[in-house]
Design a protein. Structure first.
Lengths: 438, 475
């Protein structure tokens, strides 16, 4: 039954050693009235073959679109075949959090390497071992910036709305105020930002490239934010970060982001991996696990979980966060991806995505009514107007095996292109759009 | 062992992407980085060998006995990996139209329904990504509930001193203060002390049952009644559900809300620290406050429904969906009759090992324990200089993971042992023999015990140096 090992005769021997005569007696100290007779109301157990069939049936009811032009926080990039091979190694998969360093050097070193890669991408001094996703990472970053003097947060409306939602939830939890900074032309409105920052503003959060795919002027925003004594949090796309000036060089105090584009399948939204990296002065406030390098008594290189005085199992109610389990195996996935592609491959993926998105926007722009909504420069996502009912358009594309861009609330469509989108597919998309709008 | 960065050779790379079939463009001036990020330059051979070497320096459940107390490190069935990696699930964009993800919603809905049945709750959310995230969701349900009733003075959360550190940390994240409840001499809730601390400021209680000592709080109905009568709510920390899954339901004990660690009781692999899943269940009156969109069924169709009173979102999307699929496959394998059997075997194994070890070790739990028990090395540490850590490190030399050390905090020099149901008697006998032999060796030569482990790739690392001069990235 299931995955149990003890045979009937072993059970008898064990029970006898305990002076018991049946398995039921093991729970004899529990209140009799609460015992669930006959087990929970779920189906009976199934064999592996039947389980596989059930899941294959359910999987078959889903549509996996061969061609995807939708991003909005989840991106389809090429995943080298070696990536899942490496992370599916049984020890990586089944090991626990590396508390026992002597038998966990593999996991610890991989975390240390992940932290280094994230620091390289972001231009920051310290990264943790991972967060749940970009949204929770951003929310924790906002919490990190709060202190006795400054408690409230500003978030640009050009940040992914799902990230904004999560920041709002976390802030409501700790009774901290969040206000949104409006956009102009799809970009953070600098005048509005200047007006909204007060002496109580602890942090300002922006996204680069932002939710509409546009490049924010991070340097100018950093100057404004720092001039008013607040901290700047920048949420980045790691593929874009390989070609853009590092946010650290542009003045960010904390950088967060979604690691999903780094070798993680779309997976209906999870598991993904968030990252959070900060300047050295915030290193004791960063949440979650951190691997550090040290030595053993013989002087051998050793890695351990360190700076644990920040964490819940030591600090309990005064910890910087309650985070315990993170997304370790997904962080390793991102590491393997980055190790394979290297700086050149990452930049190639970024530049192809950039070039293809621009080709697509140009071709779409030739159809009347599909013009770009915003003038600002964009990376691999862009918003066009949509002269027809977007739902109808998406249905038509879907019938042709294409997941189209994301229809936005208030009109318009957010499109995305990556190296996965061939010119042929883009031309086909354009002609399908033309058919619908004709 | 060298780092990836130290193996990097300038100019080396793999070839993964196709040639670009549209004109390559340069980024707008002023935005592009001057130098590429300092990532390693490697061939695929290098990467493959590197991770194989790292794997050989890692200890998995496949390697041997893994008795981490409160972590429930049971065997991770391979079928769970297979079903969760079907392309029909992994290839789904989270923002696809709902009619294109009916099979995924069906699976998540089934998991929701089964977990609710197993725990005695009315509805689950699968959004929380880990246990601590689930705790956060649970306490936010409490916060929202009190807030909606205008009962805003309820800002205190009662947490026993035997609790996991995440409990008090979670209360703080929710803007609540912690009332620490000292355990009675038997390791259980002291009822008089509980009665004394509840009041009009009580938001609720967070409880693990069985508790972290492996003891079932037999006064549980009285405990939840006292909290409810004071106007507070009761939160069940599901970290130790493995002791009672299928046998007893937290919902029937009077709990209003629970979180589950699907990576514990429901066998999803821990991945060296995650991803887990912290599914949260609640009773009817709290459903409208649950985070994220809820998955409901109308006729034969599954859909997302957003409750206007939801307290919000805790993640960008719907949680670690592929992890939930693994847990669902696990539940299907055991089913109605099998789940109670699973818990019985977990308790049987713990009691058998405890029985075998009690001939040498001092064990906190008298009588029957639940799925885990706690050894105290206090006397050995004081009188002979053999500390819990010395014993723990000696186990590492013998092809097995150490138990959880120095937790729960209320037992001095604690070693918390949880064998789980996926061990056989012969393994437990072997483990008991080794534990006893190592105990005798350590007691005979306490100085030598300080040098354990000797056979691992490193000896005890200098943690003080690591924290004093943090080196947290390669330079």
């Amino acid at each position: 039954m299931g995955y149990l090992l003890n045979t009937e005769s072993q059970q008898r021997e064990m029970l006898a050693a305990l002076g018991l005569s049946s398995l039921n007696e093991l729970h004899r100290d529990l209140p009799e009235s609460l015992i669930l007779r006959g087990g929970p109301d779920i189906p009976g157990g199934a064999g592996e073959q039947a389980i596989l069939e059930s899941f294959e049936e359910m999987a078959a009811k889903n549509t996996v679109y061969p061609v995807i032009f939708r991003g909005a926080g989840a991106y389809k990039h090429y995943i080298p075949a070696i990536v899942p091979e490496m992370v599916n190694k049984e020890r990586f998969k089944t090991g626990y959090t590396p508390y026992q360093a002597e038998v966990s050097q593999g996991t610890l070193q991989s975390i240390f390497e992940f932290q280094t890669m994230i620091c390289e991408l972001t231009g920051m001094d310290i990264s943790n071992a991972s967060m749940y996703d970009a949204a929770s990472a951003a929310a924790e970053a906002v919490a990190m910036c709060k202190d006795k003097k400054r408690k409230s947060a500003l978030v640009s409306q050009s940040v992914n709305p799902r990230v904004i939602d999560t920041i709002k939830t976390y802030s409501w939890a700790s009774d901290a105020a969040v206000d949104l900074v409006p956009t102009t032309g799809g970009l953070t409105d600098m005048d509005a930002l200047a007006q909204k920052i007060t002496d109580d503003t602890a942090s300002v959060t922006i996204q680069q490239p932002n939710f509409f795919g546009l490049f924010e002027d991070v340097r100018a925003i950093a100057e404004l934010v720092h001039g008013r004594g607040a901290k700047l949090i920048v949420s980045v796309n790691p593929i874009a970060a390989s070609v853009l000036s590092a946010p650290g060089e542009c003045g960010a105090d904390i950088v967060v982001g979604e690691g999903q584009p780094l070798g993680i399948p779309l997976s209906f939204g999870g598991p993904y991996v968030g990252f959070i990296a900060a300047k050295a002065d915030l290193s004791r406030r960063i949440p979650g696990r951190i691997a550090g390098e040290t030595t053993d008594a013989q002087g051998r290189r050793a890695f351990v979980l360190t700076l644990q005085a920040r964490e819940q199992h030591i600090r309990r109610e005064t910890a910087s966060s309650n985070i315990c389990s993170n997304q370790a195996l997904m962080a390793m996935t991102a590491s393997v991806y980055m190790a394979c592609l290297g700086p050149g491959g990452m930049q190639e993926a970024a530049k192809q995505s950039y070039s293809k998105a621009h080709y697509l926007s140009e071709q779409l722009g030739k159809i009347p009514g599909f013009g770009l909504r915003y003038d600002a420069e964009f990376f691999h996502e862009f918003v066009t107007e949509c002269p027809v009912d977007a739902a109808k358009l998406m249905l038509h594309l879907g019938r042709n095996g294409i997941l189209g861009g994301l229809p936005l609330e208030g009109g318009g469509v957010l499109w995305c292109a990556t190296e996965m989108n061939s010119r042929k597919d883009m031309d086909r998309l354009v002609s399908l759009c033309r058919e619908v709008s004709a | 062992m060298k780092l990836l960065f130290e193996k990097s050779i300038q100019g080396r790379s793999g070839k993964y992407l196709s040639e670009c079939d549209v004109p390559m463009l340069d980024l707008p001036s002023g935005l592009e980085r001057e130098t590429p990020p300092g990532l390693p330059e490697l061939a695929e051979t290098d990467v493959s060998r590197h991770y194989s070497a790292l794997e050989s320096r890692t200890f998995g459940i496949n390697d041997g006995f893994y008795p981490l107390g409160s972590c429930t490190m049971k065997y991770n069935p391979k079928i769970n990996e297979k079903v969760s990696s079907l392309p029909g699930f992994t290839g789904l964009h989270p923002l696809q139209p709902v009619d294109s993800v009916q099979g995924m919603l069906e699976a998540l809905y089934l998991a929701d329904t089964y977990l609710a049945q197993i725990t005695g709750m009315d509805k689950m959310t699968l959004q929380p990504a880990a246990g601590a995230h689930g705790e956060f969701a649970g306490l936010l349900l409490f916060k929202k509930y009190h807030e909606e009733r205008g009962d805003t003075a309820r800002t205190k959360v009662i947490v026993p001193d035997s609790a996991h550190g995440t409990n008090p940390a979670t209360a703080s994240m929710c803007g609540m203060s912690v009332v620490k409840l000292p355990s009675g001499g038997d390791g259980c809730i002291d009822m008089e002390k509980l009665r004394a601390v509840v009041g009009p400021d009580t938001a609720g209680i967070m409880l693990t049952n069985p508790n972290t000592l492996g003891i079932f709080e037999s006064n549980i109905l009285e405990i939840t009644k006292i909290v409810h009568e004071a106007g507070g709510l009761c939160y069940y920390d599901g970290a130790n559900l493995n002791a009672i899954a299928g046998v007893m339901r937290p919902g029937d004990m009077g709990f209003d809300c629970i979180h589950l660690n699907l990576h514990k009781t429901f066998s999803t692999p821990h991945g060296g620290g995650g991803p887990g899943s912290g599914a949260v269940g609640c009773k009817d009156f709290l459903i409208k406050y649950l985070p994220g969109p809820q998955i409901n069924k109308a006729g034969e169709t599954y859909r997302f429904e957003a409750s206007p009173q939801s307290f919000g979102n805790l993640l960008a999307f719907y949680g670690n969906a592929l992890t939930v699929l693994r847990a669902l496959a696990f539940i299907m394998a055991y089913g109605k009759d099998g789940l109670p059997r699973m818990s019985q075997h977990a308790v049987l194994n713990a009691n058998y090992l405890k029985h075998r070890l009690s001939e040498r070790f001092r064990i906190f739990n008298r009588g029957l324990c639940m799925h885990e028990f706690v050894i105290s090395m206090e006397r050995e540490a004081k009188e002979h200089g053999v500390a819990a850590i010395d014993m723990a490190k000696s186990f590492l030399d013998n092809g097995m993971m150490a138990p959880t050390m120095y937790f729960p905090l209320i037992v001095k020099e604690a070693l918390m042992v949880e064998p789980t149901e996926t061990e056989g008697k012969e393994t437990l006998d072997n483990v008991a023999d080794i534990y006893i032999r190592l105990y005798d060796e350590a007691m005979a030569n306490p100085e030598a015990a300080k040098l354990f482990p000797r056979n691992t790739v490193i000896g005890r690392p200098d943690e003080v140096e690591a924290a004093r001069n943090p080196r947290v990235r390669y330079k």
